[in-house]
Design a binder for this molecule. Structure first.
Ligand code: PRP
Ligand code: HPA
Ligand code: MG
Length: 184
C-alpha cells in the first residue's frame, strides 16, 4: 500500500497532526505537575494502539520517566469489542507501591480499560490514573474514571496515530474515518 492509497481510503480527517501534538503538549504539562515533576510515576502503555501517544507524550515531558507496556487484545480484526480481554504480554515491572499512569489511544466501549484498571489495582499500586488521546462518550458501555482525555470524538470507527483497521493505517499522522469501500 503506497501513501496515495492510504489517503484514498480515508473519508474525513477528524484530528490533524498539529492538533494532536498541541493537545499532548498541554496534557504532558498537566501530568508533570500532577506527579510533582514526574516523581515516582510509571507510564504504562497498552500495545499496540498506544505506541504513538506514548512516544509523543513522553517527548513532551521535560524530564526522565520510566515506561512499561502491556499487550491485551479485545478487538481482533473486527471493528467491535468482543468484551473478552486477554493478556498477551504482562508488565515487566512490579507496580506495588508505584504511581501508575495508563496511557491509551482510545476509550471506545471502555471494556478494555476497565478490565486493565481493575487488573492493575489488584497489584497494590500507590495509584492508577488514565490518560487517553481519544474517547467516544456515546459508545461507553462502562464508565471509567479518566483523569486526562485528549479529545472526545463521535461514535465512528477511526484509524491513524496508532489506531488500526485490520492492522493497517496505524502509521497515519492524523486521526481519520475510513471510506465505506474499505469495509466492504
Ligand atoms: O474501549 P474499548 O471498546 O475496549 O476499545 C479500546 C481498545 O481497543 C483497541 O485495542 P485493540 O484491542 O484493538 O488492540 P490494538 O491496540 O493492538 O489495536 C484500542 O487500542 C483500545 O485498547
Ligand atoms: O474506532 C476505533 N478504531 C480503531 N481501533 C479501535 N478500538 C476501539 N475503537 C477503535
Ligand atoms: Mg485495534
Amino acid at each position: 500500500m503506497d501513501a496515495a492509497d492510504i489517503q484514498d481510503d480515508l473519508a474525513r480527517v477528524l484530528i490533524t497532526e498539529e492538533e494532536i501534538q498541541a493537545r499532548l503538549a498541554e496534557l504532558a504539562e498537566q501530568v508533570w505537575a500532577h506527579y510533582d515533576d514526574g516523581q515516582d510515576v510509571l507510564l504504562v502503555g497498552v500495545l499496540k494502539g498506544a505506541v504513538m501517544v506514548m512516544a509523543d507524550l513522553m517527548r513532551h515531558l521535560p524530564g526522565s520517566v520510566p515506561m512499561d507496556w502491556m499487550a491485551v487484545s479485545s478487538y481482533g480484526s473486527g471493528t467491535k469489542s468482543s468484551g473478552v480481554v486477554r493478556i498477551l504480554k504482562d508488565l515487566d515491572a512490579d507496580i506495588t507501591g508505584k504511581h501508575v499512569l495508563i496511557v491509551e489511544d482510545i476509550i471506545d466501549s471502555g471494556l478494555t480499560l476497565s478490565w486493565i484498571r481493575a487488573n492493575l489495582l489488584s497489584r497494590s499500586p500507590a495509584s492508577v490514573e488514565i490518560l487517553t488521546l481519544l474517547r467516544k462518550p456515546d459508545a461507553a458501555k462502562v464508565e471509567i474514571d479518566t483523569r486526562w482525555v485528549g479529545f472526545d470524538i463521535p461514535n465512528e470507527f477511526v484509524v491513524g496515530y496508532g489506531l488500526d483497521f485490520d492492522e493497517g493505517y496505524r502509521n497515519l499522522r492524523e486521526v481519520a474515518t475510513l471510506a465505506p469501500h474499505v469495509y466492504s
